[in-house]
Ligand binder design. Sequence first.
Ligand SMILES: [Zn+2]
Length: 272
Amino acid sequence: MLVKFISYFLIIIVSSSACFSSETIFTGDFVQGGIIIGKNKLAKKVFLDGKELKISNNGYFIFGFGRNHNKKSSLKIILNKNNNVKFHYFDIKKSKYKIEKIDGLPKKMITPGPEFYKKIKDDRTLIKNSMKDSYANKIFPLSFIKPSEGRLSGVFGSQRILNGIKKNPHGGMDIAAPIGTPIKATAKGKVILARKGLYYTGNIVIIDHGFDLKSMYIHMNDIHVREGDIVDQGKVIGTIGMTGRVTGPHLHWNIYLNNIKINPELLLSIYK
Ligand SMILES: [Zn+2]
């Protein structure tokens, strides 16, 4: 009886200390382009460098660092208990980026003629507006899958020089595979854009995973989803193509966190 009582007592102590622990756990790489999943069961509000993050019911939140993020970052957590405040300070490691030269692209794709200016501007507005949407995912996405099988043909952050002209750095991951190769949703989410024929991106799908995390799939051939669809992780959303500005069939895959592009490779490796 006494033994039983003691063990019961111990269980109460262990479980209550676990419940009320204000410990913060981080998973991920504190590096430029990196993505971090944080958890603090008692978090009421979380701010990264002053910007408020969304928190799941069980205390998860996600944040990341852009290609050229400063050396330092800080996280402020307001706890449920007496509104106590906790600070975490991070040193962000510098990433080294490749320089990639691509020659032989059609001239109109490098410097489009004035007849395309309106189209390009409209496409940009369409993408920007769709990204304003915010899907209230109830389940925090804790795993991410590679959207397509194929050869890694472009990495995050590379400085691209197209036909000798310095362009914006490469913001995503390129997976080269034959036209028609399936493309899958990296995690569950809501399709916020599914359109064909954009000038640069060609056929495009954007999925909102909640928590200000979005994935973008471009240069697609077929699109199998519609705007507003809720897709599960692994759902085939379309196929690899060579629409828009491309030299061959591939998927260009972007990950946005709070509208900042982060490194998709680091997202895939977060729980490995
Ligand atoms: Zn690309």
